[in-house]
Design a protein around this ligand. Structure first.
Ligand SMILES: Nc1ncnc2c1ncn2[C@@H]1O[C@H](COP(=O)(O)OP(=O)(O)OP(=O)(O)O)[C@@H](O)[C@H]1O
Ligand SMILES: [Mg+2]
Length: 226
């Protein structure tokens, strides 16, 4: 299968002068639709930096990141906004739901921003996919961590992105709830052909993935197929 997400010889240097940090030092990776990938390595090895580059939230110092035939460097701001809204979904360790919106309204928000004037049916369908349809009207403070993360996954999928970036998605969940979320992510990769890149410190969680990319000091140390 043709890769959809390609990272070619990427470096990322933060800061300037004496204060520079080389967060990525020449990373090349490519991923095909449906792959669930774990990104592991000790704190500071460059996982979050790489996720941000893949989501076009940040740009390489050298090298290129491409989603399909779109290289993120050199795109107009309008094209980048469109790329982020339609091709990429994010989920985070602390869920980051908007506290003043209900569960279903949180899921609808990215669709509204992308110009869909009536995304309710789509949002409810995704709430069924994450088995949260019975709690559509709840406010975030009325949900458990695992329930909030399932809402966040539904929100990340509402525009049917090709790529889902997950930064420590189970870092705040107990083991059982974490496994539920990991199963859901695996099902998302399979059934929706989404590429999922998941930064994680949990070695157990890598058993849910197809590939494990081990990073060290801004480089890929090795890639394991599961
Ligand atoms: N905005 C920034 N400015 C300067 N340095 C940064 C910035 N963001 C990250 N870094 C540095 O870049 C390196 C890689 O950071 P990154 O956040 O990618 O690591 P990580 O693998 O996600 O770590 P963790 O497991 O702790 O989340 C670290 O040395 C970090 O201090
Ligand atoms: Mg990180």
């Amino acid at each position: 299968m043709t890769p959809y997400l390609r990272v070619d010889n990427v470096t990322r240097r933060y800061g300037n002068g004496a204060e520079t940090v080389d967060a990525l030092r020449g990373v090349s990776l490519s991923f095909t639709p449906g792959q669930f990938v774990a990104l592991v390595g000790r704190s500071g090895c460059g996982k979050t930096t790489l996720l941000n580059l893949c989501g076009a939230m940040d740009f390489p110092t050298s090298g290129t990141v491409a989603l399909g035939d779109q290289v993120t460097t050199g795109m107009s701001d309008a094209a980048l906004t469109r790329l982020r809204r339609t091709q990429v979904g994010f989920i985070f360790q602390f869920f980051q739901l908007l506290p003043t919106l209900s569960a279903v309204e949180n899921v609808e928000l990215p669709a509204l921003l992308a110009g869909d004037t009536n995304p309710r049916a789509r949002a409810l369908e995704l709430l069924r996919f994450v088995e949260m349809d019975s709690m559509a009207q709840r406010m975030p403070h009325q949900l458990s961590g695992g329930q909030m993360q399932r809402i966040a996954i539904a929100r990340a999928l509402v525009n049917s992105p090709r790529v889902l970036l997950a930064d420590e998605p189970i870092g705040n969940l107990d083991t059982t709830t974490g496994e539920l979320v990991l199963n859901l992510l695996r099902r998302t990769a399979r059934e929706r052909q989404t590429i999922i890149l998941m930064a994680t410190h949990s070695l157990e969680s890598t058993s849910f993935c197809d590939l494990v990319v081990r990073m060290r000091d801004g480089r890929v140390e090795d890639i394991l197929e599961r």
